[in-house]
Write a protein that binds this ligand. Sequence first.
Ligand code: CP
Ligand code: NVA
Length: 318
Amino acid sequence: MSMYMNIRSRLKGRDFITTRDFTREEIEFLIEYAFELKKLRTLGISYKPLKGRSIAMLFRKPSTRTRVSFQVAIHELGGTSFYLRPEEMQLARGEPIKDTARVLDRYVHGFVIRTFEQEEVVEFARYMNHPVINALTDLEHPCQVLADLMTIKEKKGRWEGLKMVYTGDVWNVAHSLIIEAPRFGMDLVLAVPKGYEPNEEIWRWGEQEARKRGTRLEITHDLREAVKGADIVYANTWWSMGKPETEKEKRAKDFRPFTVTPEIMSLAKPDAIFMHCLPAYRGNEMTEEVIEGRWSVVFDQAENRLHTEKAVLAAIIP
Ligand code: CP
Ligand code: NVA
């Protein structure tokens, strides 16, 4: 308990841009906190640590889960959220981020941003004293991986010793899994076509954690081999937001042998679960039978976005 009190005081006022800025214990604390908040919601007990706080949200890419779950989370925690359409901001007319950030910082108690370059999030954070939360960049999806870890704990009761196989675009979600799976004691195998490589710095980070924790981190190009003995099969779109339209056809061809089918799932452990950050494209990264089948935990996973985001907000917003 006192360890948690300690962690709690360390988290106040921090940005949530990358989970690499947090220790494993701090991430674990956020997940435990999310379980508590989930319980309170189920019991109908209100908890309003954000009373009187305003949080601005700016999204440069589409979103269903992240945007709505943040808005509901802020509301349920007693705060108010403002959704800012980038094209309606003076940013669109060339007002610098450093000016926008300093102005927003005078009004709001936190800022949630989804954008392309991680550097834009870092730039906002540089000029804001209040916490900045990364709601997805090209590089990372830290809010997603928290919900993923929570879902794994909920379904499997542990992280240590599990084998996860990831297939899909080697982008934000894959990077966040590379950062967290090895340090949470899981083996992570990326089964993707040749030519789709993770960010080098993130890969090195994952490798270092894997060495430290004695876990496996690998890339293979054979999904059938990879899924043998898997506890978790995690799929993601082949074509992330912001990727050029011209790549769509090539990606569809390259990734075609990587569709997760019931037959692929049958090669994994009998109690294996199927995860997906959503949105999902049936017939591409998995078939209808898989996402709607007995393995699938995708809607519990999506629900856990709400609880983990509440934990992040309640922990870091001063
Ligand atoms: N998983 C996820 O971030 O979904 P949205 O793009 O709908 O927010
Ligand atoms: N990799 C996907 C994840 C969506 C939540 C994308 O960036 O589009």
